[in-house]
Design a protein around this ligand. Structure first.
Ligand code: COA
Length: 254
């Protein structure tokens, strides 16, 4: 069974993360499949709305750490960067249904979504510092904007998770629902959007985003440079090795 399920019906493309045994952690192949799907959906008139969803117990554990070690992104055309660009520039309404852990890109991608429906078990975390890395997907710009600086510092410097109710309070989630209902609520909202005039949807989203679209892309590029450099440094190596060895990392000499 594919690790990304792609379905299009009634104008709604749904990308379902389907690697639950590994907490829907993204491999390079999964990034490539999602980037391809989003690039195609952006152009395809049969797709009017796109929905990301996971399982009612988990949205995504972020980068697959073992796969990331085996295939570190080697250029700006690497699948992970293609997906980040596709998320940041997607012209049509983008929705997400999020239950359980949403780690790393599992949370940062949501800052590019237009509507987010969270299960009451959703736990959002951006533990890049704990991995010897820095934020990606424009999170260093978008998280302080949405959460306010001090809450962003808790999320990005301490890497502390925040729960569905906090996401609702800061506006990252539109609604909190029982986990068994999150995907259905997102689908219902997507179907409502798919019935609206697409030219109005496109223009409205473009107008809401255009004020800082260039700044977001520039931040994604700057973060990617830092992230790529840090990936090769000792702190990330220690963090990744510790994860594989199921132990706490030791940054005392770094
Ligand atoms: N990369 C690779 N494998 C991962 C993974 C990741 N990011 N997240 C989870 N897994 C694997 C675990 O190694 C485990 O594999 P195993 O069954 O072969 O031992 C399996 O998925 C289940 O994970 P587990 O940690 O036992 O589940 P949990 O419910 O206790 O915790 C998380 C879920 C998401 C909170 C936890 O797995 C986690 O913190 N993962 C790492 C998140 C992370 O740092 N991501 C990188 C962000 S850039």
């Amino acid at each position: 069974m594919s690790e990304i399920l792609i379905d299009t019906s009634a104008g709604v493309m749904t990308l379902t993360l389907n690697r639950v045994a590994k907490k829907n952690a993204f491999t390079e192949a999964m990034y490539a499949q999602c980037a391809d799907a989003m690039e195609q959906a952006a152009q395809d008139p049969a797709v009017r709305v796109l929905v990301w969803q996971g399982h009612e117990t988990v949205f995504s554990a972020g980068n697959d750490i073992a796969d990331f070690l085996a295939h570190p992104p080697s250029s700006r055309d690497a699948p992970v960067f293609r997906l980040l660009r596709a998320l940041a520039t997607f012209p049509k309404p983008l929705l997400a249904a999020v239950c359980g852990p949403a780690v790393g890109i599992g949370t940062t991608m949501l800052f590019h979504c237009d509507l987010v429906y969270a299960g009451d078990n959703a736990a959002f975390a951006m533990p890049f510092v704990n991995l010897g890395l820095c934020p990606e997907a424009g999170a260093s710009l978008l998280v302080p904007q949405m959460l306010g600086y001090h809450r962003a510092a808790e999320a990005l410097l301490l890497g502390e998770p925040f729960m569905a109710e906090a996401a609702l309070e800061v506006g990252l989630a539109n609604r909190v629902v029982p986990p068994t209902e999150a995907n259905g609520v997102a689908q219902a909202q997507a179907r409502k959007l798919a019935l609206k005039p697409v030219s109005s949807l496109l223009a409205t989203k473009r107008l809401m985003k255009q004020g800082q679209a260039a700044q977001v892309m520039a931040q994604i590029e700057t973060e990617a440079e830092e992230f790529g450099r840090m990936l090769r440094e000792p702190a990330a190596k220690e963090a990744f090795t510790a994860f594989m060895e199921k132990r706490r990392p030791d940054f005392s000499s770094l």
